[in-house]
Ligand binder design. Structure first.
Ligand code: ATP
Ligand code: MG
Length: 427
């Protein structure tokens, strides 16, 4: 039997974290922990806010890069609108649909119908399978008609929906006499081109405003993290750690989710290594791990040749004294790397196409450079991230772990500046 202090195998006191849930991905911060989005909150409220006065709302599309607060702000404004409506005796529903999961019209309408049923005393049975979209719409209209004066529908990651008919149905519902309730749609996407993909008919019936959320700057990220400092035990975060984390995240992407994840990972690292504090070096390491994860994710669907091409460019940068290399130079290195891992190389043109694909993924930047008229033009490729991270990410592929490590490459470079390093010494 364990004594009063509990089983020593399981520490009852976490030395690093106090309220770790504040750093969880799905955590929705309280209103007073939302930072630097006052204008955006105002703008979204201005579009849907008429609902709270019993008037018709506008539809709105929110665009912005990942981690810029689009989902958070939409939910926040919708909930506040619902409360404000209630105090005016207006029944306003809030529907949140994650279209990356509910990615067909049937799934999305089913989720909406079930969620409306949850929010009300609707007692009709809503089957989860075996019925079509039209039946789900019917339930939606019936519930809206029976229980609500209005509803806000958040369609998050709307570009993942396989068709946009739902926008037309929702925006025409009153006109088509399906329901008297006002419906305000907040669509969210990180693809600015989403609108161009909309059918003209849908685009015009879903008349809407567009808002753009910008990446956070370092001071906003700093404040977002400061507001969650109590995720840690008092005094555990060393001075300067949040500042460093914010500076790194602002420089790379301005993504609040990543910044919070790095802070959490730094805490985990400190705990794993038995440190009492989270230091700047923990942040640096956590940031590195996050970046390697990101590259691994980006290249996870890529062919082994694409990975070898990336590795070839990274290794040239590490062993050489330039940041940019021609396709030909990368190809030469790639061929000797193929030998190392006993893989048949593809053609130079094939490799060029792989590089173009990586550019598309945002791992490489390629720029056309005009030689003289006689030389013709050629492409110069550079890495968008630290070559060290590429080497680590590529080596995580089980079939490529034989490739030289970053340290081996860096060592071989000393004294051999940009002469073609003999990679065979590694095999
Ligand atoms: N202004 C803010 N104040 C406090 N926390 C924020 C703020 N903006 C974002 N966050 C936090 O950062 C994380 C990402 O925010 P959110 O999910 O809203 O981003 P997003 O723009 O929807 O990203 P994606 O396009 O990837 O879905 C969330 O955990 C959220 O709580
Ligand atoms: Mg989101």
């Amino acid at each position: 039997m364990a004594d009063q202090a509990g089983d020593p195998l399981f520490q009852s006191h976490d030395p690093i974290f106090n309220r770790k849930e504040l750093l969880h991905v799905g955590h929705v911060p309280d209103e007073d922990r939302i930072v630097g989005r006052d204008d955006e909150i105002q703008s979204v409220a201005a579009e849907v806010g008429a609902i709270t006065r019993g008037d018709p709302p506008n539809n709105v599309m929110i665009y912005g890069k990942t981690g810029t607060g689009k989902s958070l702000i939409s939910r926040h404004v919708a909930t506040r609108a619902q409360d404000a409506a209630r105090s005016n005796d207006i029944d306003c529903g809030v529907l949140y649909v994650d279209c990356s999961e509910a990615n067909t019209e049937t799934r999305a309408t089913r989720q909406m119908a079930l969620s409306l049923k949850d929010q009300t005393g609707y007692d009709d049975n809503i089957p989860v399978r075996g019925v079509g979209t039209m039946e789900y719409y019917q339930h939606i209209w019936d519930i809206l008609e029976g229980f609500f004066d209005a509803t806000i529908v958040i369609l998050d990651e709307i570009d993942k929906l396989d068709n946009s008919n739902i926008l037309m149905q929702l925006s025409r519902a009153r006109e088509a006499r399906k329901t008297d309730a006002y419906i305000g749609v907040i669509g969210i996407s990180n693809k600015v081109k989403y609108r161009e993909t909309l059918d003209e008919r849908i685009d015009s019936s879903f008349g809407h405003r567009e808002l753009f959320f910008h990446p956070y700057d370092a001071s906003q990220l700093r404040e977002i993290m400061r507001n969650r400092e109590d995720a840690f035990q008092p005094g555990v975060l060393e001075d300067g750690t949040i500042e460093l984390c914010a500076a790194l995240a602002a420089k790379k992407h301005g993504d609040a989710r990543k910044a919070i994840e790095i802070l959490k990972e730094a805490g985990e690292l400190a705990r794993r290594t038995g440190s009492e504090n989270v230091s700047e070096s923990h942040i640096q390491q956590a940031q590195e791990v996050a970046e390697i994860n990101r590259i691994e994710e980006l290249t996870s669907g890529a062919t082994v040749h694409a990975k070898l091409a990336l590795y070839a460019l990274a290794s040239r940068i590490i062993t050489g004294d330039r940041e940019t290399y021609k396709t030909r130079e990368i190809y030469e290195r790639y061929v000797s790397i193929c030998e190392l891992v006993a893989t048949d190389p593809i053609t130079e043109n094939g490799l060029y196409r792989q590089l173009k694909e990586q550019a598309f993924l945002g791992v490489i930047e390629s720029e056309k450079t005009g030689g003289g008229r006689s030389q013709g033009s050629y492409l110069l490729h550079r890495l968008v991230t630290d070559p060290k991270h590429i080497v680590k990410a590529v080596r995580r592929d089980a079939s490529l772990e034989e490739l030289p490590t970053y340290d081996q490459l860096a060592d071989s470079a000393t004294g051999a500046r940009d002469r073609d390093v003999d990679l065979s010494t590694f095999s």
